[in-house]
Design a binder for this molecule. Structure first.
Ligand SMILES: [Zn+2]
Length: 268
């Protein structure tokens, strides 16, 4: 029997223990290998494929992650809905460490990352006005709230190139635009998911205040890692519960993102 999964999770290596009856699959894609072997297993009645975004040994910094291979690998396993937990900095004093933000908008401040599958044989223009899946977002918000998280429904995630953190001026500029949180991995992950007609939902855990926020002194890598480690178990529970809260049949428009568009190749 060919191994299949309905739901994909791209996250930190703390998520391995999520899966029952886990099987590891080495996958090749036209874009090279994904970040690591893909682990496929079950959470309750749902079949789930997990990819550690940075690799099991954390060898890929945000700007070197094989984003295209990761999403392609998930789709080729049958995945149609993706959950993307990650750590972010807060641009607002009122969203402190431990807040769970389920963003509904995104600003791309990355540079030099390949952000499309369709870079040969003509242009494919995919709508990205609303980058996240409304059904996935609703499931995540509901689940986080019932799990006792301080949950923010909506907001704008700014994705910076990294690996450095923001300057104080950059951070104040982002905040001044009304944007909510800053991360390094949410793009091009979100657009690549859309280009494959996948549902994509970001679960953004605030680990600290960004440099420009009044409460913040600026961020160190150690602080981020320490905070995230403290919250691994909580995050794992949230992701597992959200997986089970996702709809069995998609009623959102994510699956029709490519309708009427002539693709230069067939999707897996
Ligand atoms: Zn969707």
């Amino acid at each position: 029997m060919v191994t299949r999964a309905d739901i994909g999770v791209i996250g930190g290596s703390g998520f391995y223990s999520l899966l029952d009856d886990a099987e590891e699959i080495q996958l090749a894609t036209p874009y090279g290998p994904p970040s690591d072997v893909v682990t496929v297993g079950r959470i309750g009645s749902r079949s789930v494929a997990f990819i550690p975004r940075h690799g099991r040994d954390h060898r890929f910094p945000p700007h070197r992650i094989p984003y295209r291979a990761n999403l392609w690998a998930l789709r080729s396993l049958g995945v149609r809905q993706v959950l993307a937990p990650s750590a972010v900095g807060s641009l607002r004093a009122e969203y402190g460490p431990g807040a769970m933000v389920i963003p509904d908008q995104l600003v791309d401040r990355t540079s030099g990352r390949v952000q499309t599958y369709y870079d040969i044989d003509g242009a494919v223009h995919v709508s990205f006005a609303d980058p996240y899946c409304p059904s996935g977002r609703a499931a995540a918000v509901r689940t986080a709230r019932s799990g006792g998280w301080a949950t923010v429904d909506g907001g704008t995630l700014v994705v910076i190139e990294g690996p450095r953190f923001s300057t104080r001026a950059e951070s104040q500029w982002f905040a001044g635009n009304g944007w909510s949180i800053v991360g390094m991995t949410g793009f091009p992950e979100a657009i690549l998911a859309r280009e494959l007609a996948l549902c994509y939902t970001s679960l953004s855990l605030v680990t600290d205040h960004d440099a420009g926020v009044e409460a913040g002194q600026g961020v160190t890598h150690d602080e981020v890692l320490e905070f995230f480690a403290q919250n691994v178990t909580r995050m794992r529970t949230l992701v597992a519960d959200t997986v089970q809260a996702l709809p069995h049949e998609r009623a959102c428009s994510c699956g029709s993102a490519l309708d009427g568009i002539k693709l230069p190749f067939e999707l897996p």
